[in-house]
Design a protein around this ligand. Sequence first.
Ligand code: B12
Length: 254
Amino acid sequence: MSEQPTVIRPYGDMTGDGMVQVSFTLPVPHDKRAEGAALQLAGKMGLSPALLVHAKAMGPSHTFFVVYGSVTHLVDLSQVQVVERDFPLLSAKEVNAAIKKKLRRPLVVVGACIGTDAHTVGIDAILNIKGFAGEKGLEYYSEIHVVNLGAQVLVPYLVERAREEKADAVLVSQVVTQRDAHIHNVTQMSAAFREAYPAGKVPLLIAGGPRFEEGSADALGVDRIFGRGTTPGEVASYLVHALTGPARTERTSA
Ligand code: B12
């Protein structure tokens, strides 16, 4: 087998031809000038030559484009940084056994979709018994007590319920990213928990959603971020790792 090169280009019709397809919308009515504008943007993005393969009016003053072209950029595989899973994946049986043995009581999880976000499918996929991708959700685990607060939960209410329920972990979901709402909401949430709880007593804070940057947990003041395609088993395994393993080092600021 030949060795994989470390510097690569995208593949379209032939190895190394650099072909990519991008789509975007410009705030102009669909006409010849709009198409020229799309090609100008493609050129500035490093696509050369670029081919306009689709243009469609999106109402009277916007146009949606698909452009296919060759990028001039190279990808250096040796510079790619990956966040690897740093805890073992456990079966439901192993999760329950670990909680029973180490906590000797059910592990309490409070979950919510915070801010104005009403996209509950993601957090429900993790929490609800029906689960996701063939895995049962956390409600299925006999040693995990799940309180799912649903959509559009305000941070003060989340903090209040977490205290009432004596939550070991708080799981929040953020799907909408307009104006960086996901970043602002999670940062505000983590600050509120640190303010409301004495140092050393803050529950494990977990945020999830499809558009968080990997490795941004520190900046957001949470213990862990979970992204696209997360399964309930991964979250359950992480809870066991973080809450029943050697003492957790709690974050003191974002
Ligand atoms: C379904 C849907 C809706 C439904 C939501 C129903 C519901 N009860 O959830 C409805 C119709 C209500 C809706 C409304 C809106 N939506 Co919408 N919606 C979608 C859609 C099509 C699918 C989202 C989804 O369910 N994905 C499936 C789940 C399983 O995936 P997931 O959320 O990524 O979750 C996984 C992981 O991210 C992770 N995860 C997620 N959360 C958490 C939390 C924790 C703790 C953990 C561990 C893991 C985790 O685990 C999950 C399983 O792997 C997306 C487009 C898309 N294809 O993604 C748009 C989308 C999210 N919506 C969008 C928009 C704009 C809206 C509206 C503003 C539209 C409008 N103008 O009214 C409103 C906003 C409503 C509101 N107040 O939030 C945009 C967001 C754009 C952006 N940049 O933010 C999207 C991307 C569509 C688009 N391309 O424009 N929407």
